[in-house]
Write a protein that binds this ligand. Structure first.
Ligand code: NAD
Length: 306
């Protein structure tokens, strides 16, 4: 199988590339390297194309593939340039979509749990979208566009994935957009007490990238079009992350709580409803937060300088 992976130098894209190649697929990795890191794909066996998904001329040069996994996007949710955000994430998505349409290729594209905004949790794919920023809105537009074609056999397969909070190896380039796990790890590694909003009981659905990437690849084997949440279905607190990091790192650093400046605007609890994931995928996420943090630290963070 030949698969084009966009955003291949990013956190999740690079893990998708790795899994695909381990499964024997031929991979073409496409990225414009605007935020991803070349080090994430330095061991790739397949081809690399440095290109912008907005550039329509690139699609004429791409070879025929069996499937596209479209991870490429601006992922810095606090970027203030709404035009750029929506242009890359939505118009770029439509270019990829049209390429798949023309070549009759399977498409797994990436949306986000961000589309639920401050909606109720556990978040269900069927609930109303409430995008609260241009990033979430750009992903919502992708879902609206894709939804019109779902079930109509216009593509051999069309799947939208709504990741929750992904963490793990390959996120070192992401700066303030990196996971809470990595941010707190960096503070603790420097011997500082991990700083979190009072009283650390805010909860998020953290999913290890090995699970998120594996499920994304598994999506290529689905028999029907759908939009699906990819989370663990278990919200965990910032205090839980600190406990898991302390254990993995052999430290005993107390949290340093500070007042949340976004009180009233900040979501204290987000969790995926993963009924649809469990119904359609043979293997749901395997890693608990503790197992993910342990694997991340033991096999990656402790092994080299990021
Ligand atoms: N990490 C998360 O928690 C999370 C949560 C929900 C959704 N997502 C989505 O998952 C996907 C992957 O996210 P990630 O965490 O790996 O982010 P990332 O920033 O590490 O990867 C995104 C990649 O896209 C590339 N890219 C950006 N603009 C491009 C363009 N115009 N042309 C070609 N490549 C371009 C970047 O260089 C980068 O390598 C994104 O679509 C993101 O919106 C991520």
């Amino acid at each position: 199988m030949k698969v084009l992976v966009t955003g291949a130098a990013g956190l999740i894209g690079s893990n998708v590339v790795k899994i695909l190649e381990e499964k024997g697929a031929k991979v073409i990795a496409l990225d414009d390297f605007s935020s991803g890191n070349y080090k994430n794909i330095k061991d790739i066996k397949g081809g690399v194309i440095c290109a912008d998904i907005l550039d329509e001329s690139i699609y004429l040069k791409l070879p025929k593939v069996d499937a596209v996994i479209h991870e490429g996007a601006i992922t810095d949710t606090i970027l203030k340039d709404d035009k750029k955000m929506i242009m890359v994430n939505f118009e770029g998505f439509k270019n990829v979509f049209n390429f798949c349409l023309k070549k009759k290729t399977k498409l797994v594209y990436i949306s986000s749990a961000g589309v639920y905004g401050d909606g109720p949790s556990p978040m269900k794919e069927s609930q109303a979208a409430r995008p609260l920023n241009a990033y979430a809105y750009s992903k919502y537009l992708c879902d609206c566009h894709a939804s019109q074609f779902m079930g109509k056999k216009i593509l051999p397969l069309l799947v939208g994935i709504r990741y929750f909070n992904v963490y793990g190896p390959g996120e070192y380039h992401k700066g303030s957009a990196a996971s809470m796990i990595y941010q707190l790890y960096l503070q603790m590694k420097a011997g500082k007490r991990p700083r979190v909003f009072k009283s650390g009981e805010q909860k998020r659905d953290f999913i290890y990238v090995k699970d998120a990437a594996r499920i994304t690849v598994d999506a290529l084997g689905l028999k029907k079009d759908l939009i699906v949440n990819v989370g663990t279905g278990k919200a965990r607190s910032f205090n839980d992350i600190i406990l898991a990091l302390n254990k993995a790192m052999g430290k005993n650093l107390e949290p340093d709580y500070f007042d949340n400046p976004f009180t009233g605007l900040y979501q204290d609890f987000t969790e995926a409803d993963i009924s649809l994931l469990k119904k359609n995928f043979q293997t749901p996420p395997k890693f608990s937060l503790e197992e993910g943090v342990e694997d991340y630290f033991a096999n990656y963070l402790s092994q080299f300088e990021q």
